[in-house]
Design a protein around this ligand. Sequence first.
Ligand code: ATP
Ligand code: MG
Ligand code: MG
Ligand code: MG
Length: 570
Amino acid sequence: MRTSQYLLSTMKETPADAEIISHQLMLRAGMVRRLASGLYTWLPSGLRVLRKVEQIVREEMNKAGAIEVLMPVVQHAELWQESGRWEKMDAELLRFKDRHQRDFVLGPTHEEVITDLVRKEISSYKQLPINLYQIQTKFRDERRPRFGVMRAREFLMKDAYSFHLSQESLQQTYDAMYQAYCNIFTRLGLDFRPVLADTGAIGGSMSHEFHVLAASGEDAIVFSDSSDYAANIEKAEALPPQGTRPAATQAKAEVATPNAKTIDEVSALLKVDASAIAKTLIVYGRKADDKAPQTLVALVLRGDHELNEIKAEKHPLVASPLQFASEDEVQAITGAKPGSVGPVGLTIPVIVDHAAAHLADFVTGANKDGFHFTGVNFDRDITTYQVADLRNVVEGDPSPCGQGKLVIRRGIEVGHIFQLGERYSAAMKAGVLNEEGKHQIMTMGCYGVGVSRIVAAAIEQNHDEYGIKWPVAIAPFQVAIVPMNMHKSVRIQDAAEQLYKELTDAGFEVLFDDRKERPGVMFADMELLGVPYQIIVGERNLDEQKVELKNRLSGEKLMLSLSDVVAQLK
Ligand code: ATP
Ligand code: MG
Ligand code: MG
Ligand code: MG
């Protein structure tokens, strides 16, 4: 590829609205452009990376015996009514009507469609087990799309669904998928961890998430420093009650989360069983030096059941017996100083889901209820404490598995596998004739990979101050040819053209920078784009028939004879 005929679209300045490094670099390197909130166009370089990730995922799925299909993005409402999710899903499910006033959704996931397909196409135990997957666009109307393609509304997912007649068979496929995921993330060159996960709204029994470790990750994961125990903090097992911790880690707990309370403490304060409803306790407070301090506390509800109940109420944000709390109660919960707590009566809204985002809208008045705090900047004024605080999981605590001490890291969820059981197949009556000739409901597994999210996650782990450092397996190009002042020298032009031909013929993906640009501009762009190998063609080295080979990952530079370049890169 010649840059003169390509859409490079790099930019020098860091875009102001991009909060995390991968988002900044994806914009600066010309990989994506924002169309609207959570909606992105993939530019040529970004698309090349996306396709490579997709291909690695596809190869490993095929190797593990899964079979590729492609289902529609648009799905009719009847299927969702059959599974019961039409009522249960919140606004993340984008619903719309066609010209005949029939209800449709943009698929956020495809359990309903695949179950419908399989119940129609598969009738005998002889056709099982089967594992079908697709790599398809998903749409989720995320409350707070952010971090570019990391949390987009439209994104690319690999989703697989397996069907079985026994738990053993499901377990076998689940294990095969677990292994396939390990292969995928290893081939992608990422530092990742599989962790035990909550099954959440999708339901089912066993579940693992795959996390790419990165400080910007939205999840906290907990693992033992000397065993395989690893869990999403939402799933972390019961920890030693306060007081039984070694003194040092107890002290750390108090320093790390000065205002945190355990579920038991909150239950006692509010005179309710908070453990039954609270998944996360989030304490929000304005900075102490603010003239009009306001504090509020949100309890995030757990599970579908409560979601329904809350929705039925008049005001989903505050419809709950917990909506009112006295100033004293808020002070007790937050540890706030007397007098620093804001308006009483509105102090404990119960947030249905996506608590932080709901609350952001709520506080800044973006929801239409006109019920809101004035002059509050959510990101500036509000502190959120996650489950970690509530559960009081602390680094250095003994691991629940009995071996080693706990380590806590941030993770980006890039994959998620579930044993669904009969959650969908029973509701949608998906069964086959078993060996005894009797109709039997199938049991299911489902397996997701965030293909587009992986691109951003890979950058979070692989960058420096000059730009992206792609793992070779997913780099948009493997080699860049950077000729210096080519337009003034026939000799340089000839050498660069020759290299371009040889490398391309040898199967490399080459970006040939044939623009009339200053060398400095060309170097900066290739570093930013993160091409793993750069070949610099300059007058002085050509006197000895040599070029410079630079390794973007290690920074190493090597002088090579023109005739040795291809062999060296192979
Ligand atoms: P999250 O907790 O980040 O909201 P999720 O648990 O809702 O993700 P799943 O339903 O498990 O997501 O979907 C499978 C995979 O799809 C996730 O592991 C993630 O990698 C990816 N994914 C989910 N939501 C998004 C999104 N809004 N943008 C990009 N990728 C996403
Ligand atoms: Mg989600
Ligand atoms: Mg999740
Ligand atoms: Mg998930």
